[in-house]
Design a protein around this ligand. Structure first.
Ligand SMILES: NC(=O)c1ccc[n+]([C@@H]2O[C@H](COP(=O)([O-])OP(=O)(O)OC[C@H]3O[C@@H](n4cnc5c(N)ncnc54)[C@H](OP(=O)(O)O)[C@@H]3O)[C@@H](O)[C@H]2O)c1
Length: 285
């Protein structure tokens, strides 16, 4: 199969490209491939893909409040371009979206039927991207994930791992609850979904949920350290973008397809141990 992966140099894209080694992978990313240009659509079409996995995105949640035009150009308009290319090529499309499409007012995990109501520009741009995909006529699957971390690029786990080596104590937000997700686990699930005839929207995260504070404590514990982590409120953290207080995603649809994600603490332990020992040997895109 010929598989185009956008965002091939990102956290998820790197793992996807590595795990798709037995297929013909056509990696796409900046600077040669730009989602904000018509040429991006043509490059995907010209690759004659059977499947397009669209993981490329503007992912800086606070930055999106400062440069909303760029976030929309990449996540809304760029995704519409990818969808048009998939339709022209007759390719199946898998679009990776986010828990931040929800406003966080729920008290039980969000299902695929719940109606999004994004609180911030990033979430809005991704939701508009979802709508472009679902309206495009492509054979498409929208995969919403959350709180992603992997061996490539910057993420919360790496930030905490480096902060505990510098700081005597940490302060982390304790009033936002979500689902940490290891990029390798998500990549495996995407490959499993690719092999099935599934369309529409599906939620895919590691199993279980926590606050950022509980997540940070688990990271510190996994490192075998005793650095204190103080809980703080979202207001005290003073971030630019609003974030949902609760964005846990219901996994029933995924489980009904026979795909059960690893529990978040187990995957975190694996990640921290590999990072700490420098034993990660996978190549990036
Ligand atoms: N990270 C999370 O916590 C999280 C949570 C929920 C959902 N998601 C979604 O999951 C997917 C993968 O996330 P990730 O963490 O792997 O993201 P990432 O590491 O930020 O990777 C995104 C990739 O897209 C590229 N990109 C940005 N602007 C582009 C443009 N104009 N044209 C082409 N490529 C462009 C980036 O290149 P540069 O690095 O050069 O900018 C990067 O390689 C995204 O769709 C994201 O929205 C992420």
């Amino acid at each position: 199969m010929r598989i185009v992966v956008t965002g091939a140099g990102g956290q998820l894209g790197s793992d996807l490209c590595r795990m798709l080694a037995n297929e013909t992978v056509i990696p796409k990313d900046l600077p040669e491939f730009d989602l904000t240009r018509q040429g991006g659509e043509d490059q995907i079409f010209d690759a004659r893909p059977d499947v397009v996995i669209h993981a490329g995105a503007y992912t800086d949640v606070d930055g999106a409040e400062r440069t909303p035009d760029l976030a929309m150009a990449v996540n809304r308009d760029g995704t519409a371009r990818v969808a048009r290319a998939a339709v022209r090529a007759g390719a199946r499309l898998i679009y990776v979206s986010t828990d931040y499409v929800f406003d966080g007012t729920a008290t039980v995990p969000y299902t695929e039927q719940d109606v999004p109501n994004p609180l911030n520009t990033y979430g809005m741009s991704k939701w508009l991207g979802e709508q472009a995909v679902l309206a495009s006529g492509a054979d498409a699957l929208v995969v919403r994930t959350a709180w992603l971390y992997g061996h490539h690029g910057k993420n919360f786990v790496k930030s905490i791992m480096s902060a505990v080596r510098r700081e005597p104590a940490l302060r982390v937000v304790s009033d936002q609850r979500g689902c940490p997700t290891f990029a390798e686990d998500l990549a495996s699930a995407l490959l499993a979904l690719m092999a099935k005839n599934v369309s529409g929207v599906i939620h895919v995260t590691n199993r279980g949920d926590c606050t950022w504070h509980e997540f940070a404590e688990a990271i510190v514990r996994e490192m075998g350290l005793a650095v204190p982590v103080a809980p703080i409120s979202t207001g005290e953290a003073g971030r630019v973008a609003k974030r949902p207080r609760f964005s846990v995603l219901n996994q029933d649809r995924l489980v009904s397809l026979g795909i059960v994600m690893p529990e978040w603490r187990r995957s975190l332990a694996q990640f921290v141990n590999r990072q700490a020992s420098g034993s990660f040997t996978g190549g990036g895109a």
